[in-house]
Design a protein around this ligand. Structure first.
Ligand code: TYD
Length: 214
C-alpha cells in the first residue's frame, strides 16, 4: 500500500517509439500500453505531428495539400513539439506531473532523420536538442527493420516504380536514423530493437527495456 502510494505520487515516464514506415510502431505501442495498464500504471498515448493547429499545418504539408519549404517544415515540427511539451491541458509536463506515463509515436529523432536530410542538419539538431521546452525522453525505442523488410510489409499491391522509389527513401531515412542514434547514444537511453521478429518476441524485449526505467 505504501509502495502504491509512492508510485501514485511519482512522476510518469516519457517513452518514445521511432522507426521507419512499416516497422510496427502502432502494434507495439498498443501492446505496451495494455501491459503497463495491466500493471496498474496510467498511460497517455500521443503522437507527432500532434492534434494542434500546427500539427494540422504539418499534416496538410505532408499530404501535399499545401507546399512548405524544408526549413518551414523543420520549424513547424519544433513549434508543434514545444506545444506538445508545454501546453497546460495535455502537455508532457502536465501529464508527467500527474504520475501518468506517456507513450509517444515519433519525436525529435524523426526531425533529425527526416528534416536533417532536407535542410541544414546542424540547425535542426540545435533547435531540437538545445530547446529548453523540449524534454529528453526517459527511453527511445527504435524499431529497426531493413528497408527491404519494410517494403515487404507495406509494399503489397503497389506498382514497381513506386516500390523502388520508396525503398530508396526508406534506406536514406534509416541510415540517417542510425547516425542520429550513434550520435546520441552516450547521452540518452536509445534502444534499437530488431523488428523483424514475431510481434510477441518484440513486445517482450520492449517490456523488459521499459521495466528498467520505471
Ligand atoms: P506518422 O503519422 O507517424 O506516419 P507513419 O504512419 O507513416 O509513420 O508520421 C507522419 C510523417 O511525419 C512521417 O512520414 C514522418 C514525418 N515526420 C517528420 O518528417 N519529422 C518529424 O519530426 C516527425 C515527428 C514526423
Amino acid at each position: 500500500m505504501q509502495e502504491q502510494e509512492k508510485n501514485a505520487q511519482a512522476r510518469g515516464r516519457l517513452i518514445v517509439f521511432e522507426g521507419i514506415d512499416g516497422a510496427g510502431k502502432t502494434t507495439q505501442i498498443e501492446l505496451l500500453t495494455r501491459r503497463l495498464q495491466a500493471e496498474g500504471r496510467r498511460v497517455y498515448r500521443t503522437a507527432e505531428p500532434t492534434e494542434s493547429v500546427t500539427g494540422g499545418l504539418l499534416r496538410d504539408a505532408l499530404g501535399g495539400i499545401t507546399k512548405r519549404t524544408p526549413g518551414e517544415m523543420a520549424a513547424l515540427f519544433v513549434l508543434d513539439r514545444i506545444f506538445h511539451n508545454t501546453n497546460p491541458v495535455n502537455g508532457f509536463e502536465t501529464i508527467l506531473a500527474q504520475g501518468v506515463d506517456i507513450i509517444c509515436d515519433r519525436y525529435y529523432y524523426s526531425s533529425l532523420a527526416y528534416q536533417g536530410c532536407e535542410t541544414d542538419e546542424a540547425w535542426v539538431r540545435d533547435m531540437n536538442l538545445n530547446c529548453p521546452d523540449i524534454r529528453r525522453p526517459d527511453i527511445c525505442i527504435f524499431l529497426d527493420l531493413t528497408p527491404q523488410e519494410s517494403m515487404e510489409r507495406i509494399g503489397r499491391g503497389r506498382v514497381t516504380v513506386e516500390i523502388y522509389e520508396n525503398e530508396e527513401r526508406l534506406t536514406r531515412v534509416r541510415n540517417r536514423f542510425m547516425s542520429v542514434i550513434e550520435d546520441l547514444k552516450d547521452t540518452e537511453r536509445i534502444c534499437v530493437v530488431n523488428a523483424a521478429r514475431s510481434v510477441e518476441e518484440i513486445h517482450e524485449e520492449i517490456a523488459a527495456l521499459v521495466a528498467e526505467i520505471l
